[in-house]
Structures are given as structure tokens and as C-alpha cells.
Design a binder for this molecule. Structure first.
Ligand SMILES: Cc1cc2nc3c(=O)[nH]c(=O)nc-3n(C[C@H](O)[C@H](O)[C@H](O)COP(=O)(O)O)c2cc1C
Length: 193
């Protein structure tokens, strides 16, 4: 396969969110590896309403333009990294809504997590996310980036200043995704069993 497309999905849509600078740091790390074609997919820009399709997404009988566009975006990806906050011990509702909209577009693609929050570093959110993505037949990778007390890593200009643990865990996760993406691509081939 050609270079896999890695989509970095920014889950938080709040004004002033930390999620965007975290995603921008991770994007730069991913681009530097030179392995992926990297896309940042910002759910604030995707701007989906609450799920309003009449049919189950597995049928792909989408009636709304916003769903057709979201389907085309996710379909072209070979792998994902979900950049997720922790809200009330879980991931945020915007991300669940975005996942619920589609079905086959997610399948047989590896997914990694960059989570952040307070003392828990968003790890409770990721544990819940793993159940959801597994139900969609994505493969959650074990290697992960978990950032505790995330505000301490954002400078006055709103840029993330990573520590060594963040950089090393990002590289480990990206390496695992790079390993899995080609294998999963063959599972999605039209002739695959
Ligand atoms: C509605 C809400 C619920 C939150 N719940 C948690 C939580 O359960 N655990 C945690 O570590 N931080 C929690 N926080 C703090 C967030 O980690 C912090 O605000 C972070 O910046 C949110 O990500 P965002 O700025 O990208 O939206 C919560 C924040 C909000 C707005």
C-alpha cells in the first residue's frame, strides 16, 4: 500500500480547549516520522448535529449531506488517533456522537489514544473508549499517550511543551500503528474473506 493515511481526531469542541494544541503537538510528532500522510480532523469543524440519520449506519443509506461528508472523510483513513479529554470520568459526548454516525467506515483500522486530564490523565476515558471502538471492529493499540495535569504542559502562547515521556509514548504508539496499518489494509481489500 502507499503511505497510510493517519487521521488525528480532535474530540473536544470547547472554546479554549486544550485538545487542539495537544493534537497539534502530536501531529508534528507523527509528520516527523515520515511514515504517514497525516490529517487533523477537528470535530469542531466537522460540526455534526446529534445523530439524525433514520437508518442504521451499517446500511450506509445516509440521507444527510453532513453524514455523507463525514463518511467520506473516515472512509479514506487507514488508522486513527483519538485525542480525547476526560469529562466526568469518560470521553466526551461529541466523540461518541461522531463514532455512532458511521459503521463500516471504522472497521478493520487500528486506533490509538492521546488522552489528557487531571490526575487520571484521561485513562478512564480511554478504558470506556476501548469498548466502543472494539464494537466497531477497530483495533485499539496498547501503546498510548496519557497526559496528567495537562495545563502544566501548555505555554503562554497556547503551545504544548512535551516531556520525554510524552514524546517517547507518542513514538511507540505511532510505531505500533505503522506496523498494523498495512495488515489491516489487506483485510479491507474487496477480495478479503
Ligand atoms: C464537563 C467537564 C468535565 C470534566 N471532568 C473531568 C474528569 O472527570 N477528569 C479529569 O481529569 N478532568 C476533568 N475535567 C477537566 C478537564 O480535564 C480539563 O478541563 C481539560 O482541559 C478538558 O479538555 P479540553 O480543554 O480539550 O476540552 C472536566 C472538564 C469539563 C469541562
Amino acid at each position: 500500500m502507499s503511505r497510510p493515511i493517519l487521521q488525528i481526531i480532535v474530540a473536544s469542541t470547547r472554546p479554549g480547549r486544550v485538545g487542539l494544541p495537544v493534537a497539534e503537538w502530536f501531529r508534528d510528532r507523527a509528520v516527523a516520522q515520515g511514515v504517514f500522510d497525516v490529517e487533523v480532523v477537528d470535530l469542531a469543524e466537522v460540526d455534526l448535529p446529534f445523530m439524525n440519520e433514520p437508518h442504521h449506519p451499517r446500511l450506509r443509506q445516509y440521507v444527510h449531506q453532513h453524514t455523507k461528508e463525514w463518511s467520506a472523510t473516515v472512509e479514506r483513513a487507514d488508522a486513527f488517533v483519538l485525542v480525547t479529554p476526560e469529562y466526568n470520568h469518560s470521553f466526551n459526548a461529541v466523540l461518541k456522537n461522531a463514532l455512532d454516525y458511521l459503521h463500516g467506515e471504522w472497521q478493520y483500522k487500528p486506533v490509538g489514544f492521546v488522552s489528557y486530564g487531571g490526575v487520571s490523565a484521561g485513562t478512564r476515558a480511554v478504558q470506556m473508549l476501548k469498548q466502543i471502538v472494539s464494537g466497531l471492529k477497530m483495533l485499539p493499540v496498547v501503546e498510548a499517550v496519557a497526559i496528567p495535569f495537562v495545563r502544566e504542559f501548555v505555554d503562554e502562547e497556547g503551545r504544548v511543551r512535551p516531556n520525554d515521556v510524552m514524546n517517547q509514548s507518542a513514538d511507540a504508539m505511532l510505531a505500533e500503528i505503522a506496523r498494523l496499518a498495512p495488515a489491516f489494509h489487506s483485510l479491507r481489500a474487496p477480495s478479503a474473506p
